[in-house]
Write a protein that binds this ligand. Structure first.
Ligand code: PEP
Ligand code: MG
Length: 879
């Protein structure tokens, strides 16, 4: 039998989401449990992947199955495509395995043509409705299928409203809408060159193709990369009989959540509009009503809806996000899914579900997306400054957090000026946002929109990204064309500062300083569960006592990487460091090192103190020299003066230090091989600091871990280690104290991984430096890869940045090999990771699976790593 590409809703169930997509599987499940779902069918994700395999064509087999299922659907509904008596109209929606809000497109009222619209107008006795459906269909189809663009149609609607002297779409009558439909078709013909298709089957194939194609649009690709969704999954397509929310005032449509997606509070939360269809609620064109007002508008449907909500929530044992339509007072369910939520809400819902007996602790831990936790750790406004601040306006608190920055008016300007561009703090202010704005939204500290409710594009997308957002501030008088807006009597131009609060929806003039978040309550409870179930330890990468303290508060169980060269960025320290780099003789270098030693020692003491006796790994100097030599004339003069040399001489010295490829140059352990006195000084600092702290806190067991970077040959390690051991032992002997210390190495050069059995005999621990290991395994400069990775995403050679998400196939294989080679020759060897990947959830899972002892990541990612480690352990318990 040939492969089955199409399923009726009645043939599927919730477990089939890989094949039917999330939406399709849930429509099937709702059908199975007897909820009022307009019937239809789902074209599988496999049909989508086949479409791409066939060179972006829907092959004959799939087409014939679709046609066969149209007939089945006609039998079920008693309506027929293109029929003059009883025409079938359908919606066509995408539905991937994981929901991708705003990424894919929807077409409603498919099946309409000039004949059918006349039949509907007459039979329904409601010509306004019939023409409203038709003009919407032409608009959506043109936009989605033929990519004509929404703008032209919206301009035509605005012209019509102006001509009729009305403000809202609902105020246009049947004749206006008919005229609009004709104008739309003319617009279509002028843009595409052919008549708007009238055959429903042709319309349907076009729509299905458009959904498949939209899987590969740039917005979808960006969203997938951000959310770890593989390209290979494909999307399903759902074809469903229409229920009409725009047939009059006893009709409507809405979206609702069974708990508040911003706070997690129990209770129905949502919005609806009467006499409206599909996208009207989220498009922000009209301001929707609160869901509770449904009790007055459609009392019976509301009673049923409440029951449906309760059924769905207990069925899925999670907060549901639903779409529904009411047609002449009767309720129809169009979608349900586990609702997207803020991090705060995710924690509260997980805890409540455990308390309500619906979920176990392990299940609750698995319900929370670790990446979401980021938002909880984001800054809030300084409370004192906030008290004194004047509220300039108020919108909806759509995505929590506080943001302060310069106003920009376009996504492009946000990209140029914001994160990833000039690096300034910007707040993107728009009438409303659309999926095209996603990169600009990511580059902004916060987003402020004039239109749209809590379920608008800006709100949904910002919440998903963890970016602060205030939506729907109707008091703003926006002038996008001239890049200005007016609020509370003040006109803001590009570059003016505003501050917004994504929790309260408040908007403030000027700068309000922000402070780091404090974490308590449900966060602590969930983290407690995470710690109970994880086996992987979580350390932090911290170079300053301040960062170390923060990380310790966030649950770090030690420092996995202290980059000692980073301790010299301060103006008063860099001078001594430069003197060391630019020393000519041993004496000069030792003189510079003697200046550095006290800084190092006191920093190390502060780090041990911050970690209260937990392990601290100190990585010996690894400065790519180009980052440290002076480039400014004044700095060069200062150095010349300190060294008692001429400026000319220093300049020559600097040019002699120049390397063509500094990332593979005179850095890492090579520095200690050339200048052993550097390793000696660092050892003295590490050991003296440990001795002092041990004396102060006899109950702490301070065991310094000394880590040698960039080893490629065991002989290098032995050479440096000999210096370390001789120096450390002498310091300990002189102090007359007992102190254990360890000497380990980073594994960050492929050759080190390949010869890990030799290296392990001489190392107490391995720590994978996956930044360099990725750089050297791929042969991509970690500083320059950004320039061409974009082309790699476009051509699908890569789906992710291997510097952010660990390449398990290649780099991961080297890691596994190093562990397999190393452990048998040294049973005490402990192994960790301290590259950037140590805070990435999927990479953490991989580290758990290959048997690492710890991951180490930047302070704010510690909770993410703790949760990801717990999820990995629950999914794949260690023996
Ligand atoms: C690494 O290479 O992964 C690492 C942690 O070291 P650095 O980033 O300092 O080179
Ligand atoms: Mg490195």
């Amino acid at each position: 039998m040939s492969q089955k590409y199409v399923y009726l809703f009645s043939e599927g169930n919730a477990n089939m989401r890989e094949l039917l997509g999330g939406k399709g599987a849930n429509l099937a499940e709702m059908t199975n449990i007897g909820l009022p779902v307009p019937q239809g069918f789902t074209i599988t994700t496999e049909a989508c992947t086949q479409y791409y395999e066939d060179g972006r064509e829907i092959n004959e087999e799939i087409q014939s199955q679709i046609n066969e299922y149209i007939v089945k659907m006609e039998e079920i509904t008693g309506k027929k495509f293109g029929d003059k008596e009883n025409p079938l109209l359908v919606s066509v929606r995408s539905g991937a395995r994981a929901s991708m809000p705003g990424m894919m497109d929807t077409i409603l009222n498919l099946g309409l043509n000039e004949d059918v619209v006349n039949v509907l107008a007459e039979k329904s006795n409601n010509p306004r409705w019939a023409w409203d459906c038709y003009r919407r269909f032409i608009q959506m189809y043109s936009d989605v299928v033929m990519e004509v663009g929404k703008k032209y149609f919206e301009e035509l609607i605005d012209k019509m409203k102006a001509k009729k002297g009305v403000k809202l779409d609902v105020e246009l009558d049947a004749n206006d809408l008919k005229e609009l439909a004709n104008q739309f078709k003319a617009e279509y013909k002028s843009k595409i060159g052919t008549d708007f298709p009238s055959d429903p089957k042709e319309q349907l194939m076009g729509a299905v193709k458009a959904v498949f194609r939209s899987w590969d649009n740039p917005r979808a690709n960006v969203y997938r990369r951000d959310n770890d969704i593989p390209y290979s999954w494909g999307t399903a397509v759902n074809v469903q009989a229409m229920a009409f929310g725009n047939m009059g005032d006893d009709c409507g449509t809405g979206v609702a959540f069974t708990r508040d997606p911003a706070t997690g509070d129990k209770g129905l939360f949502g919005e609806f509009l009467t006499n409206a269809q599909g996208e009207d609620v989220v498009a922000g064109v009209r301001t929707p009503m609160k869901i509770t007002e449904m009790a007055n508008k459609f009392p019976e449907a509301f009673e049923e809806f409440k029951k449906v909500c309760a059924t769905l929530e207990s069925h899925y044992r999670d907060m549901q996000d639903m779409e529904f339509t009411v047609e002449h007072g009767k309720l129809y369910m169009l979608q349900t899914r586990n609702g997207k939520r803020t991090a705060q809400a995710a924690l509260k819902i997980a805890c409540d579900l455990v308390d309500e007996g619906m979920r176990t602790e392990e299940e609750a831990v698995l319900m929370i997306d670790p990446r979401n936790l980021d938002t909880l750790l984001h800054p809030q406004f300084d409370a004192k400054a906030l008290k004194e601040a004047q509220v300039a306006g108020k919108g909806l608190g759509a995505s929590p957090g506080a943001a302060c920055g310069k106003v920009v008016f376009t996504a492009e300007d946000a990209e140029i000026q914001g994160i990833g561009g000039k690096g300034e703090k910007v707040v993107l202010v728009r009438l409303e946002t659309s999926p095209e704005d996603i990169t600009g939204m990511k580059a902004s500290q916060g987003i402020l929109t004039v239109r749209g409710g809590m379920t608008s594009h800006a709100a949904v997308v910002a919440r998903g990204m963890g970016t602060c957002c205030v939506s729907g501030c109707g008091d703003i008088v926006m002038d996008e064309a001239n890049k200005q807006f007016t609020l509370a009597g003040k006109t803001y131009h590009e570059g003016d500062y505003i501050s917004i609060d994504g929790t309260t929806g408040n908007i403030y003039d000027g700068i309000i300083p922000t402070v780091d978040a404090t974490i308590a309550g449900e966060f602590g409870r969930v983290m407690g569960w995470a710690d109970k179930y994880r086996t992987l330890k979580v350390r932090t990468n911290a170079d300053t006592p301040k960062d170390a303290k923060k990380a310790h508060e966030l649950g770090a169980e030690g420092i996995g990487l202290c980059r000692t060269e980073h301790m010299f960025f301060d103006a008063d320290r860099i001078a001594a460091f430069r003197e060391m780099i630019c020393a000519d003789t041993l004496e000069e270098r030792e003189a510079a090192l003697n200046k550095i030693l006290p800084y190092q020692q006191s920093d190390f003491e502060a780090l041990y103190e911050a970690l209260e006796g937990d392990s601290v790994t100190i990585r010996y100097l690894d400065p790519p020299l180009h980052e440290f030599v002076p480039t400014e004339e004044a700095d060069i003069e200062k150095l010349a003066e300190a060294q008692g040399k001429s400026v000319e001489y220093i300049k020559n010295l600097i040019s002699a230090l120049h390397e063509v490829n500094p990332m593979m140059g005179h850095r890492g352990c090579r520095l200690a091989v050339t200048y052993p006195e550097i390793a000696k000084m660092q050892t003295k600092a590490v050991i003296r600091a440990a001795i002092n702290v041990s004396k102060k806190h006899p109950d702490w067991k301070v065991i310094p871990e000394i880590m040698i970077p960039l080893i490629c040959d065991v002989k290098e390690l032995k050479f440096v280690k000999d210096i370390v051991v001789a120096t450390a032992d002498e310091e300990i002997k002189n102090a007359g104290i007992e102190l254990n210390y360890q000497v380990g190495t980073m594994i960050e050069i492929p050759r080190a991984a390949l010869t890990a059995d030799e290296i392990a005999k001489n190392a107490d621990f391995f720590c994978f430096g996956t930044n360099d290991l990725t750089q050297m395994t791929y042969g991509f400069s970690r500083d320059d890869a950004g320039k061409f990775l974009g082309a790699y995403y476009d051509t699908k050679i890569f789906e992710n940045d291997p510097f952010a998400k660990l390449d398990q196939t290649g780099v991961g294989k080297l890691m596994e090999m190093a562990i397999k080679l190393g452990k048998p020759v040294n049973s005490n060897l402990h192994v960790g990771i301290c590259g950037e990947h140590g805070g990435d959830p999927t990479s953490v899972e991989f580290c758990h699976n290959i048997g690492l002892d710890y991951v180490s990541c930047s302070p704010f990612r510690v909770p993410i790593a703790r949760l990801a480690a717990a999820q990995a352990a629950i999914k794949n318990p260690r023996a």
